[in-house]
Design a protein around this ligand. Sequence first.
Ligand SMILES: [Zn+2]
Length: 104
Amino acid sequence: MKKDVKPVNSLPKSITIFGRSFRIVEKPHLKDEDGKELCGLYDSIKREIKINSKDLYEVRLSTLRHEVVHALLDLSGLNEILSVELEEAIVRCIENGWDDLGKI
Ligand SMILES: [Zn+2]
């Protein structure tokens, strides 16, 4: 019998955010359209969160949380009333406080 065992230190392959499924795609040397290497990227059109697979697990997990918060702000429409800088500041605040939120 084959078991579906999740490898240690692996990210999930998908995540549901506000009822919508997003694929989590890990790619080495993930880059933006200008060729700058990125840790992660949220793509609302493709419904994907891309993560740079060359990073350590702890960094990839933090990046996934970061991109999930971007998705929450996008899907809720809140990002439309935020400047790019303010959205990034909110995302980093929640990303960095994620573990504390889980303790409540
Ligand atoms: Zn960001």
